[in-house]
Design a protein around this ligand. Structure first.
Ligand code: FES
Ligand code: FE2
Length: 431
């Protein structure tokens, strides 16, 4: 009896689970079924309904393609795309898949080109993705070649819709996605615009890492204020985010799919942590001090009550303002149990040399091995491992149970609950 129970449950969490068997647990706001993180069928449906659905996907910063002919390889969901600046100044996004036999033709991460030439049979495309040339189109010696009715205009690269706000470029497969401003909602726009102010951006560097976990866990992690007060030694020890501090988890009020985790750094050198709270936090280290105090210096540069805002913009973007460390992270899903994270760190063109040094120094907080980043990678890996190889089939979401969406308590899962309400809707998983 016990054995058969275990077998059934293992199927529920498996890669091969069929959509028809995906039933959301009752008390839908209180549980997340394992199969959202493990099933191939669910993942394929996410690609269709989310990444190729009515969403704006971050693809690049305008500062990465400032001049005509500049291009960058990027992704919409897991689909490779190219972001290219054409002669008329427009930004174009098209699939990195040759219209001939499907080769991923653009091989360099970034560069400048007059046209794109596929290495396989050298079909060429202009900077907007239109097919220009087909070698031996008319054959040789009147033999072979393309049929007479073949028109280049019908065989360009697959083009996506493109939009931009203050230097952040987004693409969509759908022509029905609402304008970006509406898509982001007023709640999210405030802090988005505090980073993308319209000032010219200066790229400071890149990180790239793979996380052996489902891509949605990254969204959850940045909506999970509870872990922030517990997991991150650096955060709690140096008073960047501690229980009781002025903070909020703001969800967008339209769908609950985006969020901003905000906190205000205390004026004290290190925020005071009460003895009672210390007892709850095993990651707190009373005896740790910084050798370089400049590391945590916050130079107020925007009109915002928050010194830290971590934004999750559905479905693939994180906008990070951790004091003076600015950056974006692009989530590239890679099957149900893996994701690639592409980090771009930046400042502004008009930063002084000293400010750039400050941003770079403080940048050590972030990145795959950053003082605030490394524990998340480990924790998400542990979750994927735990649910991949166990006989249970769901996880629990009951902190601050009656709340959904925005919350001012850190000890809450309200924003994650809101995200999954939206997710169930889009995916058709309503109970
Ligand atoms: Fe690109 Fe043939 S696959 S030219
Ligand atoms: Fe974290």
């Amino acid at each position: 009896m016990h054995n058969s129970h275990a077998v059934i449950n293992r199927t529920r969490g498996s890669k091969d689970l069929k959509l028809a068997d995906c039933k959301w647990p009752e008390l839908a706001d209180s549980f997340i079924p394992d199969w959202v993180y493990t099933s191939n069928a669910v993942y394929e449906m996410e690609v269709e309904k989310i990444f190729r659905g009515k969403t704006w996907n971050f693809v690049a910063l305008s500062a990465e393609v400032p001049n005509v002919g500049d291009y960058k390889r990027s992704y919409v969901g897991a689909t490779p795309v190219v972001v290219s600046r054409a002669e008329d100044g427009s930004v174009n996004v098209f699939e990195n898949r040759c219209a001939h036999r499907g080769a991923e033709f653009c091989r360099n991460g970034q560069g400048n080109a007059k046209e794109f030439i596929c290495p396989y049979h050298q079909w060429s495309y202009d900077l907007k993705g239109n097919l220009q040339g087909v070698p031996f189109k008319r054959g040789v010696n009147k033999q072979g070649g393309m049929p007479k009715d073949f028109r280049n205009e019908d065989h360009g690269l697959l083009k996506l819709h493109v939009t931009e706000r203050n230097g952040a470029i987004f693409a969509s497969y759908s022509s029905e996605t609402e304008p970006l401003e509406e898509y982001l909602t007023p709640e999210i726009l405030v802090d988005f615009d505090a980073v993308f102010t319209g000032k010219k951006i200066k790229i400071l560097g890149y990180y790239k890492n793979e996380l052996p976990c489902n891509w949605k866990m990254y969204h959850e992690n940045l909506k999970d204020t509870y872990h922030a007060t517990l997991l991150h030694s650096f955060l709690v020890t140096f008073g960047l985010l501690v229980a009781g501090q002025k903070s909020a988890m703001i969800a967008d009020s339209v769908h609950g799919r985006h969020g901003t985790m905000c906190s205000a750094k205390s004026e004290d050198k290190y925020a005071a942590v009460s003895e009672e709270n210390k007892k709850e936090m095993r990651s707190f280290h009373d005896d740790m001090v910084l050798k370089d105090e400049r590391f945590l210096e916050y130079r107020k540069e925007v009109d915002s009550p928050w010194s830290v805002t971590m934004q999750t913009v559905w479905p693939n973007l994180v906008v990070q303002r951790e004091m003076n460390t600015l950056g974006v992270r692009q989530i590239v899903p890679n099957g149900p149990d893996s994701m690639i994270m592409l980090w771009t760190m930046f400042g502004y063109e008009d930063d002084t040399e000293e400010m750039t040094r400050h941003r770079l120094r403080q940048g050590n907080l972030m990145g795959p091995a950053g003082f605030l980043g490394l524990e998340d990678n480990e924790a998400m890996k542990f979750v994927q491992e735990g649910l991949r190889r166990s006989s249970s089939d769901r996880n629990l979401l009951q902190l601050d149970r009656d709340n959904v969406g925005t919350t001012t308590s850190l000890i809450s899962e309200a924003a994650i609950r809101g995200l999954y309400r939206y997710y169930r809707n889009v995916m058709g998983f309503n109970v």
